[in-house]
Design a protein around this ligand. Sequence first.
Ligand code: IPM
Ligand code: MG
Length: 361
Amino acid sequence: MTKTYKITLLPGDGIGPEIMAVTVEVLQLLGKQLDLEFQFTEALLGGAAIDATGEPLPSVTLETCKQSDAVLLAAIGGYKWDDLPSGQRPEAGLLGLRSGLELFANLRPATILPQLIEASSLKREVVEGVDIMVVRELTGGIYFGKPKGIFINENGERRGVNTMVYSEAEIDRIGRVAFEAARKRSKRLCSVDKANVLEVSQLWRSCITELGKEYPDVELSHMYVDNAAMQLVRNPKQFDTIVTGNLFGDILSDAAAMLTGSIGMLPSASLGAGNPGVFEPVHGSAPDIAGQDKANPLAQVLSAAMMLRYGLNEPVAADKLEKAVLQVLDQGDRTGDIFSPGMNLLGCKAMGAALLRAMGE
Ligand code: IPM
Ligand code: MG
């Protein structure tokens, strides 16, 4: 019997619609081949939503997402909306989506593919074999803590305020996701904090240490975030699974991503309890190349693979998509961001066509 899945598509801004179009075609073919039916519903988020409705996250978008089995998001943001106040920017839509669906766990794998070693800015011997999973807390910390805002002092001076706050329960639930993820990998978990300075990090460290007693098979270590940034570029292979708060995870996941050569290759999964997950590339909306058919659709396609694996429990379909991506890379097909001399330079659409051929259209 054909299995049916309701997928909400949020193409967003910049290169978003281009990479989403490729991914939808790929999913449609995959569905035909594996007897899965994807029912796609498109909704507005970010700048596209601001232009159409005045809000970055219209309530109908959140509702549509809640009623689906999984959400596939491309990217949001662009120069056009940069001057809006923070609560009205495209980014506010993304943060509202994460908190509206209670997606507290963000999984960001950074795996170097042998085909792309030359695209990394680090030496081959440093990055060869890198396989890291960053587990980033996504609905707490300084992104959401209160008080927040720009306030005016008695003397008329403005003060900008954000608050980094974590409760034990928030630390515990992200900790569990990370320990479970580490268990499925090579059983090493590094918790990253700033416990030498921040009280919130001292609580973080103490909760993660306590939780570690329930996972005696996982080797737990702790690292300060400044050192972790340095170690990621010095000797990334020492890391397997990393767990950290929202802000540190934002920063470290970009650094980890770049080890692999291009942020244009990396997918992510945002998961919570009860609501559908959101699957999106780590990269942004790249407004500088939007509409030029230059974008790399592979992170979006790999996000669809994560959706199949973690959101819909369809591992066979996920494997098939990931295999198609490896095959086009083996053939030497490259978009501009991962191009090196001697390879075939393709645009976004042509990369999509190459994927369809690799899947045996
Ligand atoms: C990310 C992005 C977002 C974040 C922005 C666009 C709000 O950088 O997903 O990493 O800071 O979380
Ligand atoms: Mg980021």
